[in-house]
Ligand binder design. Structure first.
Ligand code: GRG
Length: 297
């Protein structure tokens, strides 16, 4: 079973890497420095958790693999852009990402800003230039969903709350609100866009899947907080212990490590429950959920 998941996830990771490699502008094309930086931050790193979720949800929705590859790549580009901007001195100010110097360290701040901007634009270009759903209306809804998930009512909004909460004590619901937006919205989009490339799922099933995605998004963040507190910089490929150093409220600062781990398990159970009306066709989603909960980096 584990070997089967490893083979499947390797296949997905190779597919997404090859697709991104061909869709990112070549480094030799002007402006060379910007294109080089875009390729530097996107290619050859990261766990590709969001693409794995899109592929697993795509299998559930019986979606065409080429369509899912495109939406998975678009979501990963938005994620990569968010990491580049998050690492800037005006935000988290970090020097290490995916085991190598952050974009503004390897290049410069202006290039990092433009790299993030360009990755975000490329994501929407990919979604607009190919047929990804059975109707133009569904495809437009998918594009809107990614825009909402990325913007002020999604990831960027969550980041704004995060920056404003440094040095403050947050209640658990306030922390949850922040993460549902900052991390959860994009994870939810990864799942829903993957499923909506196909046409198998009815509205009630899409609602169950959306609930699953919300639970997984939150679980992802709870585990991220635990890893930040417990893992090493070498294992994570990014600076460990940043949350405590920056005096940021986290699940670990509010609950402690062991209760935070219990919360991750509860969210895993809730996620599995949301999938209970699905059969074997949701096996990949269950496996990706466990990969997210059990990951060590
Ligand atoms: C700058 C608009 C804007 C948003 C930034 C997502 C985010 C918001 C910042 C990232 C900072 C951070 C470490 C958030 C915690 C959760 C998270 C997104 C971790 C990194 O994601 P992984 O573990 O990374 O999927 P890889 O490198 O594996 O892709």
């Amino acid at each position: 079973m584990i070997a089967d998941f490893q083979n499947w996830s390797k296949g997905c990771q190779t597919r997404i890497e090859t697709f991104l490699d061909t869709r990112l502008p070549v480094a030799e094309c002007a402006p060379e420095r910007l294109h080089h930086a875009m390729r530097y931050v996107v290619l050859g790193g990261g766990k590709r958790v969001r693409p794995l979720l899109s592929f697993a949800a795509g299998e559930l929705g019986m979606a065409d693999e080429a369509r899912v590859t495109t939406v998975a790549a678009a979501v990963e580009l938005i994620h990569a852009y968010s990491l580049v901007h998050d690492d800037l001195p005006c935000m988290d100010d970090d020097i290490l990402r995916r085991g190598k110097p952050t974009c503004h360290i390897a290049y410069d701040e202006a290039t990092a800003l433009l790299t993030g901007d360009s990755l975000q634009s490329l994501a929407f270009q990919l979604l607009a230039e190919q047929c990804l759903a059975d109707s133009a209306q569904i495809q437009l809804e998918m594009i809107k969903q990614l825009a909402l998930a990325s913007g002020s009512r999604g990831m960027a909004g969550g980041q704004a709350v995060d920056l404003a909460s440094v040095g403050k004590t947050l209640s658990l619901p306030a922390l949850e609100f922040m993460h549902i937006h900052k991390t959860g919205a994009l994870i939810r989009a990864a799942v829903m866009l993957g499923a909506r490339c196909g046409n198998r799922l009815r509205d009630a099933q899409l609602n169950s899947l959306d609930h699953y995605a919300k639970c997984v998004g939150l679980a992802f963040q709870v585990v991220d907080d635990v890893l930040d507190a417990e893992a090493t910089t070498a294992t994570l490929g990014k600076t460990a212990g940043k949350d405590a150093d920056n005096d940021k409220p986290t699940y670990v600062s509010i609950l402690g490590v062991s209760q935070a781990r219990e919360l991750a398990d509860t969210l895993r159970r809730d996620a599995f429950q949301a999938l209970e009306n699905f059969g074997e066709e949701a096996t990949r989603l269950r496996q990706v959920t466990d990969f997210i909960i059990q990951r060590e980096f």
